[in-house]
Design a protein around this ligand. Sequence first.
Ligand code: PLP
Length: 474
Amino acid sequence: MIDAAPQSESTGYTEEIVRKDKNHFVHPWQLFDLFKEDGALPIERGEGCRVWDTDGNEYFDAVGGLWCNNIGLGNQEMAQVIGEQAAKMSFCSTFVDMTNAPAAELAAKLAELAPGDLNHVMYTCGGSTANDAAFRLMQFYNNARGKPDKKHIISRVHSYHGSTYVAMSIGGKPGDRSPLFDYIDDTIHHLTAPNYYREALDGESEAAFADRLVTEFEDKIVELGGADKVMAYFAEPVMGAGGVIVAPEGYNRRMWEVCQKYDILYVSDEVVTAFGRLGHWFASVDEFDVQPDIIVCAKGITSGYQPLGAAIFSSRIFDVIAEDGTGRCFTQGYTYSGHPVACAAALKNIEILEREKMFDNVKEVGPYLMEQLQTLTDLPIVGQVRGKQFMVCVEFVKDKETKALFDEDLDIGKRVANEADKRGLIVRPIVHLNIMSPPLTMTRDDVDFIVATLRDSIEAALTQLETEGHGPAN
Ligand code: PLP
């Protein structure tokens, strides 16, 4: 641990940053009223799993930035490669017929790591744009193969796929769907989330629940006009921002089989799950036995050191869109597609993940994390602890018996997260959830710290609620 010199008292530095930020930076998901009062916490420095704010306070960042800090912060090898690439060639257009070595090397590496015939890469600036690019690719593909009516998209309630117009329309998180934004709602449809804890009927077994969801999918396809009308199914292997929802055994595979039956493209949104969070380069095949047509990734591809996303797609799609002699031009891409500095960072990141055997650590420490977090279920407001490997979540309830939630205004997730902040732990509050996605370097000792700190924080939040007359039902 390194001491950071507190700066605010002597220089007013923190206040100045907070003031400029409040006045000029419109943050993603900004809660305008609250933000005008509180502003944001300025973070200044990071090393491994830890960050320090501008006042020198230290935190264990159990969120891993935003599901993205896979190898850990402040890696000097990464800094060096990024600096060297920026000095050598900081930018090069990749439009039409120019390229750069890091972009070419990374595309070949991704094709090698991705399952099956996913041999072709479109680069983007992040996960939202990668889903957007996948969407446009599939339109091009279906139009090129003479199926212009095959345009419907099916995804799931509580899924998150990003915040471009298309990505937000494909996503299905009710809390994200501000009525003041517009959405594509004529060709995009949402199925029940595979959340057994919340969505199962009384007395329904997990297997029967999965059967019902697969039937719901097939019924929806038939209702929309079947193979002639439905273009794609978008799914995160484990739903992330929607509440770390791990589907029942066999569900992902069976949904894929339905896609095969109706010639529907399977888009696996691995923005969170790829590059080790579940202990594999990609989770689709290795964890769920699903061979997607397109894998969308971002975040862990550079461990957040540079903004980069990718849609990796099959030779089957490529061979249709790039058919010889058609004279077609693929008018899709961005100024920063294949950015040399971002691609150089990704190549080094992949090298480090492999060399440091970080997936082995995930497979070793992941089950311990889950086992230890489960001990929190003795607390009266912990309804469920769920997740897989380094993707976990605690769900708070007012009543364990009925699973009734606290009133949203009580902001239980945020209350616990605030208490955790005070104790040097960052967790991600989403309404009644606390989500964690730590760096892949997290140790067993770190797990012990997280679990002990969360217990104290939950107890403190509970005391507050009881004092205010909002205690749990039992
Ligand atoms: N897809 C998933 C599954 C995500 O979790 C996210 C972001 O959290 C995105 C897409 C969007 O990625 P980005 O914020 O890089 O655009």
